[in-house]
Design a protein around this ligand. Structure first.
Ligand SMILES: Nc1ncnc2c1ncn2[C@@H]1O[C@H](COP(=O)(O)OP(=O)(O)OP(=O)(O)O)[C@@H](O)[C@H]1O
Length: 319
């Protein structure tokens, strides 16, 4: 961070829209807003085709927005690419560098395009590839290539780091090393945006999460904030008698399973179990679970699905 950037957000995205095939074409990004501060990690999650890549390409400066405003370190990454790009590190899903070169040759070639690169050896060490420096890139495993991609994105000492699925294909140890590296970079003030599919990883790494669905951000905030918006769940095999009203809960009953959603798991469970005990009813296959990022994500991803399933389940709002 330098004096000019201190106190300003590293990335701001306001009302970003992106369409393919002109304004009347397909709108992949439908008016999204987010900001990332220095020393902060934002994870962008989404279903396949949600618009993550389409949005990130605008932040990277490789595509123009159809409308809206994006600033990276105060610059328009598309119009002021020459100013913004040297201070950004970008790791795409596939690096696409010539594979006849060795690891160290590739890193040197990349460093040669940068104005103030960190030493190549240091970059390779950051991702534990120093032992593979003399190996031709084409002989690297998929995970090693991924780590080389990451090393290249770090060679320019970026203030803003954009990583597209950085741990895909990595073994558990390399994955943990990458997590530690991301944490160190964050602590050093780097603003980091991760796009990813692994929810567990997003929970581990990100300060904030944005869930993208059909081109819009449908949930955002810390994991705790996102989870708090989602109810806990109780399920059991549907008993032969009607379920009573449970305060503040929603009950879905199918022929086989009853599902109760509630914001007060303990209160609702107590009420339900007292009701069952008084009548001598045994609730078979009883399960209670608090909301998690995964259930919040699945709820978003499954909303359309759930809407169409309403025909086959009986829903009662019992608040
Ligand atoms: N060049 C293109 N022309 C037309 N439509 C496109 C183009 N690129 C992407 N799309 C469409 O835009 C939507 C968003 O795609 P995008 O690649 O941004 O999603 P994503 O969230 O990155 O998906 P994934 O997780 O599968 O990588 C999809 O419906 C996709 O088919």
């Amino acid at each position: 961070m330098n004096a000019a950037t201190a106190g300003t957000p590293a990335i701001t995205v306001d009302a970003l829209r992106r369409s393919y095939g002109g304004r009347r074409g397909f709108e992949a990004v439908r008016g999204i807003d987010f900001r990332v501060d220095h020393g902060e990690v934002l994870a962008v999650l989404g279903t396949n085709g949600a618009g993550k890549t389409s949005a990130m390409e605008v932040v990277e400066g490789v595509a123009a927005p159809t409308s809206g405003r994006v600033r990276v370190l105060g610059y328009d990454p598309w119009a002021d690419r020459a100013a913004a790009r040297p201070r950004m590190g970008i790791m795409l899903q596939s690096g696409g560098f010539p594979s006849d070169l060795t690891v160290v040759e590739t890193a040197r070639m990349w460093a040669g395009t940068l104005s103030e690169p960190r030493p190549v050896a240091e970059g390779l060490e950051m991702v534990n590839l120093q032992q593979r420096a003399g190996t031709p890139v084409k002989q690297l495993s998929g995970g090693e290539r991924r780590r080389l991609d990451l090393a290249l994105s770090l060679l320019g000492n970026p203030e803003v780091l954009l990583l597209d699925e950085p741990t895909t294909g990595l073994d558990p140890e390399s994955r943990r090393n990458t997590w530690r590296l991301i944490s160190r970079l964050r602590a050093a003030g780097t603003a980091i945006v991760l796009t990813m599919h692994y929810l567990h990883e997003a929970e581990e790494l990100a300060d904030r999460i944005a869930i993208l669905h059909c081109g819009a951000i449908v949930r955002s905030g810390s994991v705790a904030e996102i989870v708090a918006e989602h109810p806990s769940r109780i399920t059991f095999a549907t008993p032969p008698v009607a379920i009573p009203e449970l305060a503040g809960s929603t009950v879905h009953t199918s022929a086989t399973t009853t599902t109760v959603h509630t914001a007060d798991l303990q209160g609702t469970l107590t009420e339900l179990l007292s009701w069952a005990a008084e009548r001598g009813i045994r609730l078979e296959s009883l399960r209670a679970s608090t909301a998690s990022l995964e259930s919040a994500f699945l709820a978003v991803a499954g909303e359309e699905h759930a809407a169409s399933a309403h025909d086959t389940t009986h829903e009662r709002s019992l608040s």
